[in-house]
Design a protein around this ligand. Structure first.
Ligand code: PMP
Length: 353
């Protein structure tokens, strides 16, 4: 048990409440080679081990639990969300296991593979025109209208619903603190909805009296780096784009707003660095990770070098590479994105697709 009463070990116990009780309590893996190289302990929280395959299982469970607790969702009800990514997958599992219907609105630019996966997990999927947020036909507004027009139907609104960051305040943060025995100097990860970075930062700052240094990691094309570095004075510019899926943002979400002041800074991580790490993590650690996880690992290395030897730096391994393999391990795609040169020469043998 840690101070907030969170059990830290699965210890072969039965997940007696089905899918949802198998969420969390993921291992904290020491990345041996990078730790050796930096003289620090670099630790990755293995969120790919969640039962739905990503860190987003935690937020999916919490937004549903919050709707239940607020009386907005009763047995037989419907959950609505606008996402084709890991939150949709997490919600599909949570909703199936709790007997709710799940409706997903998503831009019709998303791949058929994502639509098929959500449908086979039991979700009703509506691909809608990919228009900007200020257009009433934007998928977020369609999701809102759908929920408003129905009884016992809730739009979980992952970006601005702070039940999302609460998941990390109550579970991820306490697990990291307990697993390291409080021996943690720094934490870093990227931000999509910002639930993970904001929730972990809030908990780790509180429990350490501000001692743990917390940095948000940001890819090109996202406004967060500039926003944090200017202490909230201005949004960063949106120049450029990134291959990392699930992170980077064009605005400051309600999940991030309350905790921006707590952050010690931001780290800008290029796609070249993230891709290099995809291959290094596989080759050196046997970890098959998606690009956002590897952006996080690259940020943890930069932070370790910045802080100097002897520190413990923790980051998040968000999901596996399975859904992205056709890109990350395709020589043709890497050439198209001008990232082939970023794959260390000796590791190009892994690009077999
Ligand atoms: N990595 C991946 C692969 C994701 O799908 C997401 C969620 N968008 C994140 C990282 C970021 O997590 P959060 O929404 O908590 O900021």
């Amino acid at each position: 048990m840690n101070p907030r009463g969170v059990e830290i070990s699965k210890a072969q116990r039965i997940a007696d409440n089905g899918f949802i009780s198998a969420i969390g309590n993921t291992p904290l893996i020491r990345l041996k080679k990078l730790s050796e190289e930096t003289g620090c302990d670099i630790l990755g929280k293995a969120e790919f081990q969640n039962p739905g395959g990503s860190v987003k299982d935690r937020a999916a469970y919490y937004v549903v639990k919050d709707a239940e607790e607020r009386g907005l969702l009763k047995p037989g009800g419907t959950v609505v969300e606008g996402t084709a990514g890991n939150t949709g997958i997490g919600l599909a599992h949570v909703c199936r296991s709790k007997g709710y219907k799940l409706v997903i609105f998503m831009p019709n630019t998303q791949s058929q593979g994502k639509i098929d996966l959500l449908r086979l997990l039991g979700a009703e999927v509506y691909p809608v025109p990919a228009v900007a947020y200020d257009n009433p036909e934007n998928y977020n507004h369609q999701a809102t209208r759908y929920a408003e027009a129905r009884e016992n139907c809730v739009w979980t609104n992952q970006f601005d619903n702070t039940a999302n960051r609460q998941a990390h305040i109550e579970t991820t943060g306490p697990e990291i603190w307990a697993q390291t025995g409080g021996n943690i100097d720094a934490f870093t990860c990227g931000s999509g909805t910002a639930g993970t970075i904001a929730g972990c930062t809030r908990y780790l700052k509180d429990v350490s009296n501000g001692r743990v240094q917390c940095y948000v990691a940001d890819p090109p094309g996202s406004v967060i780096y500039g926003y944090v570095q200017s202490h909230g004075a201005e949004l960063g510019d949106r120049k450029g784009s990134s291959i990392t899926e699930g992170i980077g943002q064009g605005r400051i979400t309600e999940n991030l707003k309350p905790d921006v002041e707590l952050l010690d800074g931001a780290l800008h991580i290029s796609d070249a660095k993230s891709i290099e790490m995809v291959y290094r993590c596989l080759d050196e650690e046997g970890l098959y990770l998606g690009a956002s996880s590897c952006l996080n690992v690259a940020a943890a290395r930069d932070l370790a070098l910045k802080l100097g030897p002897g520190k413990t730096v923790v980051t998040i391994l968000c999901d596996g590479a399975y859904r992205y393999a056709e890109r990350l391990f395709s020589k043709k795609w890497l050439h198209e994105k001008k990232l082939w040169e970023s794959v260390p020469e000796g590791l190009r043998k892994y690009a077999v697709l």
